[in-house]
Design a protein around this ligand. Structure first.
Ligand SMILES: [Zn+2]
Length: 480
């Protein structure tokens, strides 16, 4: 037979399959409409009554449409009677098997598909599952993604409730936990980071039309996370514990260390990249190194500055990684230190306390650190506590002198406040991890922080796609 004739034969077959599938669907729509009408009262209904009835039954219809489309588009593999074992090439005959029902965002989808089993290899195959890239779970990718997305925002139980309410579908608590865990398993800073091209694009957008390079801020800080020890038994991570369960172990606030890269343009902040984990100073350094070595920070296109509190580890890391960056001690932390001395020294006289703080901050703002230190030396400490605080503040100011140049920093367009990192602490960590009664295993807290970072960095979709590819690959090499 000539190739043209073969093609036309295949076309005819496809047209026929399509016509038949359409015909079945049209017939089903009639059945569905009858069922729907039976659900509504005889009185003329309000619009809400109509939408409620349609909402309650819509997934029957959309599920069925999906089945029809699958039957039409995968006709060949659905009708396969024989299959060569991918391991030994033996020709296998299709075996009778019950249809597989999977759960999707458009409802239940039932697939009557051929099943093959190779006795010598002791392995079963459903080629349709692979052609459709099905998850081995009953709950398919679209539901998994929606569930994980919700769980990254609200506690697992609330996620499950919201999901059911908004979609009319149920997602088990177990599935939400498992998917969130697998999705965030072994996520590192690079997996949740935008690409170098995306970062460069954001920088170029801010730089467009200007003669100066934009300021890129690296802010480093810690956010406290309520953790519990590994030996704590009870509900899953992030869940409430009863008083009795709580009594058997002691929760602990641990610092999750994080950083945020962002651009500043006057008062506007353009987010680039954040990463938080409950880990050591060295881990933060390692994460910064990975970001830098991956070429994510277009250092030549920006004026870089690093903003942090007095913590030594921050400056050690930064001096090693970004030696040319301008270092700034954030003025909020600086003010806190000054305040401490003022309240110990002038405790009762709030007027004098306030006046003294402002005078100190003004000196620091103008860069007169030595003058501020002289002021401290001239103070007659009220008691030993005040004396100790004064001594500490002098040491702190001496060590921080090169990071206290607020006026020059301001003139250069550099920020001096920690608002940028405080906002990230709040959005990434606090809103999800700090909830009354919730204590996290460190591993689970880190997984959630990684997911939160992905959302904040705009890479959640990519992280989910990677999880999907990874899982499909594993299913293929190790079928369920
Ligand atoms: Zn075989």
């Amino acid at each position: 037979m000539a190739p043209a004739a073969v093609l036309s034969c295949e076309e005819t077959r496809q047209t026929f399959a399509k016509t038949r599938a359409r015909h079945h669907l049209h017939a089903y729509v009639d059945v569905w409409l009858d069922k729907l009408e039976a659900h509504m009262s005889d009185d003329p209904p309000s619009l809400e009554e109509v939408t409620q009835a349609v909402f309650a039954m819509r997934q029957e219809l959309t599920g069925r449409i999906t089945e029809g489309l699958v039957e039409q588009r995968h006709a060949q593999v659905l009708q396969q009677r024989t299959w060569a074992c991918p391991h030994c090439q033996r020709l296998l005959a299709a075996r009778p098997a019950p249809p597989r029902t999977v759960h999707t965002m458009v409802g239940e989808v039932s697939l009557a598909r051929p099943y093959f089993y190779c006795m010598p290899c002791q392995q079963g195959f459903s080629p349709v599952d692979e052609a459709l890239q099905l998850s081995a779970r009953r709950t398919q990718w679209d539901m998994q993604k929606a569930g994980a997305r919700l769980a990254a925002e609200v506690p697992f139980e609330t996620a499950q409730e919201l999901f059911a309410e908004l979609t009319g579908l149920s997602l088990s608590d177990h599935t939400v936990h498992e998917v969130a865990g697998e999705l965030s398993h072994e996520l590192g800073v690079l997996e949740v980071s935008p690409t170098a091209a995306e970062m460069a694009h954001r920088v170029a957008e801010i730089a467009a039309g200007k003669t100066w390079r934009p300021v890129l801020v690296l802010a480093i800080d810690g956010a406290f996370v309520p953790t519990r020890p590994e030996q704590a038994k009870g509900p899953v991570a992030g869940r409430r514990h009863t008083r009795a369960q709580r009594a058997s172990w002691q929760g602990e606030w641990q610092e999750a260390k994080g950083f945020r890269f962002y651009l500043v343009e006057r008062e506007r902040i353009v987010h680039l990249l954040s990463w938080y984990q409950g880990h050591t100073d060295e881990d933060v350094g390692a994460a910064l190194r990975r970001v830098q070595e991956a070429g994510l920070i277009p250092e030549a296109q920006v004026r870089m500055c690093v903003l942090g509190d007095g913590a030594k580890w921050i400056w050690n890391q930064v001096s090693a990684r970004f030696p040319t960056a301008v270092q700034i001690l954030d003025d909020y932390h600086c003010r806190e230190h000054v305040h401490k001395v003022a309240s110990l020294q002038f405790g009762e006289d709030t007027g004098q306390e306030q006046e003294w703080v402002e005078a100190m901050m003004a000196r620091l703002f103008w860069g007169y650190v030595h003058w501020a230190i002289e002021g401290l030396e001239a103070l007659q400490p009220r008691d030993s506590q005040a004396a100790e605080a004064i001594r500490k503040l002098m040491g702190f100011l001496r060590n921080s002198e090169r990071r206290l140049h607020y006026r020059t920093a301001r003139k250069g367009g550099y920020p001096i406040g920690s608002g940028g990192i405080e906002a990230a602490n709040k959005c990434i960590s606090h809103v999800r991890l700090k909830r009354s009664g919730a204590w996290w295993y460190v591993e689970k807290a880190n997984q959630m922080l990684a997911l939160r970072c992905a959302k904040y960095n705009g890479t959640f979709e990519r992280v989910f796609e990677a999880y999907k590819r990874r899982t499909l690959h594993r299913q293929r090499s190790d079928p369920p």
